[in-house]
Structures are given as C-alpha cells and as structure tokens.
Design a protein around this ligand. Structure first.
Ligand code: ZN
Length: 334
C-alpha cells in the first residue's frame, strides 16, 4: 500500500466555494469537488469555505441583498459542523484548527468572497466576525464601495479605475478588519488596491486563490512587484487551480498538478517558501485533470515531494504558513 503523503500533515485549502441556495449535501460523497468524505479521503484537514457574493448593483437594495446572501451562506457553512458531531468542526482560530486536526475532525473555516457583502456598512464586519469569518476578499470581479477590482464589470458600468485603488471607506474597512482579526484577501483586487492594502494593513494580507503573472498573463494573477510586497509585509500567495490562470486559455483537462507546482515553484523561488500556499477554488472553477476533487490532493503533494520539497516545506505550503498569518491576525486584534 502506498503511504498517504498527508499522514500527520495539517493541510488547509484556503478557498472553496459552496453550492447555494441548494446543492448536493456536503455530508455524502457526491458531485461536489469538496465534501466531507472527499476531504477525509484526501487527507485535507481544514478548508476555508467562502460565502461568495457576485458583484451587483451598488444601491441600497443591492447591498441589502448582498448582505442577506452572505449571511445565509454563512449559515450553510456553519451547518457543515452540526452540534451532534456528525460533520466537521467550526474552527475559526488557529488553535481550534489544530485541535480539530488532533481530534481527527475536519476544520471548517468561514470566509466571505467580495466585500460587497458589507455594502457601505462598516458595522456588518462585527456580525461577520461573530460568525467566525476569518477573511474577506476585498472585491470580486467588478469595483465595489471598498476598492477597484482587477477585472472591471462593463455590464455594471464600471470605469477602468474608479477609486484609484482603495476608497476612503475601503481604508476604514481594512482598519476595522485588523481590529476584528479578519484577514484581508487581495485575490480579485486591482494591483493598485492590492499594493495599497498590503502597505496599509497592520496584519499581512493574503491572496487566497491567485497565480503568477510571470507564468500566465491574466489580470487576476500577481506580478513580481506584487509578490515582492507580499514578502516584504509577511503576506501569502495561495496558488490556485483555475485553468486559465495556470496557462493562457488552457482547459482543465489539459493541465496537471505539474502546472500547479510550476506556479508554486516560481513563487517559492521569488519570495520564499514561507509566503506560499494552496487555495484550490474548488466548486468555483478550480481543478486540473489529476486533481479534480479534494480526494486527489495527495497527487499535488506527491509532485512537490518529487520536485525536492522536504516535509517541512510541504507542511508550510499546505497550511503552516496560513496558520502563522491567522495567529498574527489574532494577536493584532483590539
Ligand atoms: Zn474567486
């Protein structure tokens, strides 16, 4: 029998979507890329499940609907950790993630994709923090009240650059996120927004699901200057598996874990292994031919070992770095 490369390895996938409002159960091995049985099979210890809010109209009705959607999705994420112990464990702190791992239980870490969920209401952050939300992606595709996005939405009448990066409200949002221990996720943000956020935030910022622009020219990917500021500020890039971020115009079936490892290698050489991780974007567009669901995660790990990463480096990439930054956010809480 081939030994499981994840044995005794605390692995965290930092970006996974959930079906909403309806969808296959997370408790049975079904059509989702990520469900609790597949996480067990793949030896994935913890997952950041996101309440994804697509950008919509920036009026009161749009903001109310976005906030309601985020709260409903966070309810669904919490429901993956039922009180009777039959599922995962809600684990919104580094200590709780480690405790869940020690107990052999899947750690469920709530997050929000798109600060549109706040609308213009800073107070919404307190509600999200109380629900255990550990990061908020500042934008999705399309500018919002917080910041400019890497990909403007022409259908929403976005100009190329609306705020020139962060808005004054966006700066207040980041300050309050720091106070509440919520990490700033800069995936999807425009470069201007990202650079300003990295410089402003008291806690290192992270890209929970992004790839390297040097390897694949795509507005969603991070260039070398962005990687360098992540290193300088202690942040992280969590390499993702969306096919056209990995290779220009590629389809998932044409790609393998080697393509993901190429991006990991590039980031490690540029900024060091302590600033690199993995966020699959499963059930939100992520997946390559030999890593199409969480049960196949050991294929990527085996590729990293094949390329010469030792166990300590793999442990950093698969979760150690993310836990370190989570703890920094917890220590900076006011
Ligand atoms: Zn995304």
């Amino acid at each position: 029998m081939i030994p499981n490369p994840h044995e005794n390895l605390l692995t965290i996938d930092t970006h996974v979507d959930i079906p909403w409002p309806d969808g296959p159960s997370p408790f049975v091995d079904g059509p989702r890329c990520v469900d609790l049985p597949k996480l067990k099979a793949g030896g994935i210890a913890g997952v950041c499940f996101v309440a994804y809010v697509p950008q919509g109209p920036r009026d009161d009705a749009g903001h109310l609907a976005a906030n309601a959607r985020a709260r409903s999705m966070l309810d669904d994420i919490a429901a993956m950790a039922p009180a009777d112990g039959s599922g995962g464990v809600l684990a919104p702190t580094a200590d709780k993630i480690e405790a869940a791992f020690a107990a052999g239980r899947t750690a469920i870490i709530p997050a929000i994709e798109n600060g549109y969920a706040l609308g213009k209401n800073l107070g919404a952050l307190d509600d999200f923090a109380a629900r255990g939300v550990r990061y908020i992606t500042l934008t999705h595709n399309g500018h919002n009240e917080i910041a400019d996005a890497a990909i403007p939405r022409r259908d929403l009448k976005d100009v190329e650059a609306e705020h020139g990066g962060l808005s004054p409200f966006g700066r207040d949002v980041i300050a309050r996120m720091n106070e509440l221990g919520i990490l700033v996720d800069i995936s999807h943000a425009a470069k201007t927004s990202m650079m300003q956020a990295a410089a402003l935030s008291r806690v290192p910022v992270i890209a929970t699901h992004s790839c390297m622009r040097a390897l694949c020219e795509h507005p969603r990917n991070l260039d070398d200057e962005q990687l360098d500021i992540l290193k300088a500020t202690g942040g992280l890039v969590q390499v993702t598996m969306v096919s056209n971020f990995l290779r220009p115009k590629a389809r998932a079936a044409e790609l393998t874990v080697a393509d993901i490892a190429d991006h990991i290698d590039y980031a490690v050489r540029r900024i060091g292994v302590e600033h690199v991780g993995i966020g699959t974007d499963f059930d939100g567009g992520g997946g390559v031919s030999d890593f199409m669901n969480a049960a196949q995660a050991p294929n990527l790990t085996a590729e990293l070992f094949r390329r010469g990463y030792d166990r300590a480096a793999v442990a950093q990439i698969w979760g150690g770095n993310f836990l370190r930054v989570l703890r920094q956010a917890e220590a900076a809480r006011i």
